[in-house]
Design a protein around this ligand. Sequence first.
Ligand code: GDP
Ligand code: MG
Length: 451
Amino acid sequence: SLSDRLADALKDLRGKGRLSDADIDRTCREIRLALLEADVSLPVVRGFIAKVKERAKGAEVSGALNPAQQVVKIVNDELVGILGGETRRITFAKNPPTVIMLAGLQGAGKTTLAGKLGHWLQKQGHTPLLVACDLQRPGAVSQLQIVGERAGVKVFAPHPGTSIGGEGQLGVTAGDPVSVARSGVAEAAAQHHDVVVIDTAGRLGIDQELMKQASDIRDATEPDEVLFVVDAMIGQDAVSTAEAFQDGVGFTGVVLTKLDGDARGGAALSVREVTGRPIMFASSGEKLDDFDVFHPDRMASRILGMGDVLSLIEQAEQHWDTQQAEAAAAKITQGELTLEDFLEQMLMIRKMGPIGNILGMLPGAGQMKDALSQVDDKQLDRVQAIIRGMTPAERDNPKIINASRRLRIANGSGVAVSEVNQLVDRFYDARKMMSQMSGRMGMGGGGRKTN
Ligand code: GDP
Ligand code: MG
């Protein structure tokens, strides 16, 4: 196939080829440890590493990075891809209010999150209402009221008029959270709140009664979003907890909390992989503003625990890009572009697909249909074959190719001698034109004209 031939060609060109299995294995062993240290669950680590190896084995050697750096880069890219694969914002209901229900273990940070989410929504011009449906834990309702007051967001609680901090007279352990949730949504509709955030009860462990209550609240309010709130510090337990909530209640998104702690955040990868649900927000402290939409790149770097390595890789790549661009520009302005460069450029462009398709994407290509149909890949294959038939010295300076060499190159690549001559002539014309053009555009400046 085309891509195989291209890969082979690159091998010839650079004399290197693909990343070696030994390079990949060695680096993957380190990555595996880093992931386990970050508390990613073992089956998820295994699956992930297998995927990375698969991808790394197909990867060509980078000019900018050493093999280990290159594998780390692949790992990081893959991680960012998985963590952000389906990054999305809240889905708002066509007919308000939008209902967002929070679910998760006790202490996960749901009530704190309700305040942050309300605050954040309000800043975006929404008019949220928080609904206190945790009637389990003493003081839970007043906790939400305090949080709401701090955020400047209204709270719907089962005992209106209950004073903040009035723990003594609260006594809201009785009551029905499902009807509170229902009344909360009705209240929001009546008072024109466009979003409802429902805070629910949690237990310290997974508990059937709790799951039942949460799924009853869900059935009663038909939320647009159910957010599973999970403490990044619980590490390996994140997987079983997420699975239990997925079975018991079901959720549409994940919020990771307590990222201000020293957890490396492996829970993010585990939960994402095991449940397939996107991580939507991240919480990183007790203050209202310690909250943000989830950033996959930051999380990937945190999980890998290789921040320094990653920034080195980035620098190396930027440096390399600049170097390459400068070298190419200098060659063009000085009229020193070689057939070797030409072949390399051509291979890079052809990687994108059949040449007719690529040219067809250019503006105005519609009117040039006929012309484009004549640019065929076979013709380019012949050009490539001719250049490959040349020695490196000949590619650098085609003028040294004498008549007998031209014949040999033609025979070797299965073309007529006239085609070799044509290519060399056209190459010199093109080089001259590029040199003149870049001189006029002021590229590099002071380009020496050759002929
Ligand atoms: P809930 O039981 O799920 O409602 O959890 P809470 O919102 O009551 O939070 C439990 C504890 O964790 C409280 O002491 C919160 O102040 C704290 N907490 C919540 N979110 C964060 C966070 O992102 N970082 C830190 N450090 N603490 C948090
Ligand atoms: Mg709570």
